[in-house]
Design a protein around this ligand. Structure first.
Ligand SMILES: [Zn+2]
Length: 209
């Protein structure tokens, strides 16, 4: 019998996922070009770090408040599908799942790799894809803390994402871009049940009058 879990994934990393969130000092074309070259040289094997116990994804997951009693695994798309009994929905990429009864969380390998690439090798190369990947992990971390409603889980995941970025070499200019992206840019990609619809301000639910 398959355990019910929180299944995230209708959204996939959108087309602007690889766009750089530039630091204020990177405004000159020459510096940007250098950064782009460095980014391209990062080997794909960087994702191997996502499988180590102290992977960047795990660091973020714990920083988001996930208790030690929850395990975290970075898995392939096939493993993710298998965890759901082989059920898939067309046009859907499952990015992460929290199984509250088994106290485990699965995150798609590509999400873990995205975070590891930024965290371990080139924090200056923050992208919107990095921010979206971190937010996915922080979303699952909120489920491990008992938050169930999807839009509320989204709301509660945004400030932990920004806090983690600010603790890891993200400058004020990048922070403003990341905040705008999380609260507004991502909104169009959110499935209906996940949309904030103006109900979330700095991670706090705005009361309805
Ligand atoms: Zn969820």
């Amino acid at each position: 019998m398959l355990e019910p879990g929180y299944l995230e994934g209708v959204k996939s990393l959108d087309t602007e996922g690889s766009t750089m969130i530039r630091k204020a000092l990177s405004l000159s074309i020459a510096i940007v070009a250098l950064a782009a070259a460095a980014f391209a040289l990062i080997p794909s094997t960087a994702s191997a770090s996502s499988h180590t116990p102290w992977s960047a994804t795990e660091v973020a997951f714990r920083a988001g408040g996930a208790p030690r009693t929850y395990s975290l695994s970075c898995v392939s798309p096939a493993q993710m599908t298998a965890a759901h009994g082989g059920l898939t929905t067309s046009n859907t990429t499952i990015l992460g799942t929290t199984f509250p009864y088994e106290r485990r969380v699965l995150i798609l390998n590509s999400i873990c790799a995205e975070i590891g690439k930024w965290y371990w090798t080139a924090e200056e190369n923050l992208t919107y894809g990095t921010v979206a990947a971190l937010q996915t992990v922080m979303h699952e971390a909120q489920h491990t803390r008992g938050v169930r409603t999807e839009w509320l889980t989204e709301c509660r995941s945004l400030e932990p994402t920004l806090t983690f970025l600010s603790h890891n070499d993200t400058d004020a200019y990048q922070m403003r871009q990341a905040r705008e992206y999380l609260y507004h840019g991502l909104e169009k990609s959110r499935p209906a049940a996940y949309k904030l619809r103006g109900r979330c301000d700095h991670g706090v639910v705005i009361p309805a009058f």
